[in-house]
Design a protein around this ligand. Sequence first.
Ligand code: ZN
Length: 69
Amino acid sequence: MFICRNQPCGAEWQLADVLIKNEGQGLMFRCPICGARNKVLRHDAPDGTITLLRAGQFGPAETCCEVIQ
Ligand SMILES: [Zn+2]
């Protein structure tokens, strides 16, 4: 899942709930509730699995993620 980085909000979203797109500064989604922009990192594994990581101040290792087959 993805968690809105906007502290007062902090809403949790499934991949299907948010629209991830490139707005010129990399992939990101806008929180449907508060509109905050949340940066997303894409990782392509050697086996073809695509993982989307929520980029946060603590780095990708801390984040939640969604896997797209
Ligand atoms: Zn939010």
